[in-house]
Design a protein around this ligand. Sequence first.
Ligand code: LFR
Length: 494
Amino acid sequence: AELTKVLAFDFGASSGRAMLFTFDGEKLSIEEMHRFSNDPVMAGNSFHWDVLRLFFEIKQGINKTVLAGHKDIKAIGIDTWGVDFGLFDKNGKLLGNPYHYRDTRTSGMIDLADQMMGKKYIFDKTGIQFNFFNTLFQFMAMKKENDPVLGIADKMLFMPDIFNYLLTGVMKNEYSIASTSQLLNVKTKDWDKELMEKASIPTDIFGEIVMPGTVIGELSDDICEELGCPKIPVVAVGSHDTASAVASVPVTEDYKYAYISTGTWALMGSELDSPNVTDTTFQYDFTNEGGVCGKIRFLKNIMGLWIIQESKRQWAREGKNFTFDDLEQAAWSAEPFQSFIDPDCEDFAAPGNMPRRIREFCKRTGQHVPEGEGEIIRCVAQSLAFKFRMVADAIEDITKEPLSAVHMVGGGIKDTMVCRFTASATGKTVLAGPVEATSTGNAVVQLMALGKIGSLTEGRQIVKNSFPVKTYEPEDAENWNKAYEAYKKIVTLK
Ligand code: LFR
């Protein structure tokens, strides 16, 4: 059979990778060509992405792929986390370092926006949930600080748009990533200038929106010269990582399910054909993000494995170098259901000493205070699983249809404890896989752009044929249900 190779770059908040996908017409195979850490830098009280370093890693990834004998890749696609962006002057030069979405300059901006426009107005226009870090609030913070860069900015590009531009010289704004900004109109799928005017932010720096599957351009001559490669097309994929991850959910039959794209974040929701922008959705603070092939990602952001990852980093800073396996072992030996946290409480949003903040949360809420790492991890993992239950209940309440299964995809499924807990907490079968969800969805859209895959359904069938899916059934329903009642006294879904 004819083989088609594409290269998918996927950037997460803490690492990135270049994955080579080979498609034989029926199955995909995957090979890691390059993996690198993504190390944001705190400098002068601001938290930034090291964007040139990340671009360097893209070039490394292409070069390694070429050197391994894969000059014949037919396309390249890039996805990253949402909302963050860079500004460019009229000569096409980058103005400063993009900010990390966890930078605190946006604090207070949701309230300010509420005063200026009303949250309901913003939600009705955009269909997007209120995350303090949304692009809208980042611009409002720049405006409030009189950031001089705003005066000379000519174009705004989101992170994946930046990399596409640096590779091809072409500036475009891809739809799925643009939808995360809270500046896009959910109905027209184009920039909402009226909203921008009301928010007193620039209206003329936003570019042409292109849909996932659009060819942005080819590698520039300079890049080809530098890397010794041919003029490979660069495809705008579902360039928001979550859009790519959802595209890989291996569902081929028609049944109601929720997906959870797990990693640092857990994005839980369902896929819709059109946006759900109602009072109920607004109250639940669900989001309608843009997906591939015209789909809407109706979901909620849940702070996923972030608290566990950050706890591990804290223990390392204290000289205790646990592996994730060590932590899982310790958690299994801790007492179940002793205390709960709300993973989405703002206490846990910024990096820092999570074990201390968890203890403080439990103390403040009159619960058993978890001590060792086993108790801490068990507390976080169970709290996360119950949050999934809460969101599953909300989806069922909004759509008035029961969910028959939960599909978990992404690197977070390596945490088998959380997968098991999710099945038990939700009382639903969990189907876990693919683990490389984001890069797989990225590759599927590239292959669609190349005309090798005909539809999203076909793509999902191919993913199902290609990668393992592990099943987890609920256990110990009685105790989990009882504990859920206790959890609901501590945590509410807002
Ligand atoms: C996941 C993700 C989420 C987004 C968050 C911040 O990696 O892209 O979807 O809300 O990061 O951008």
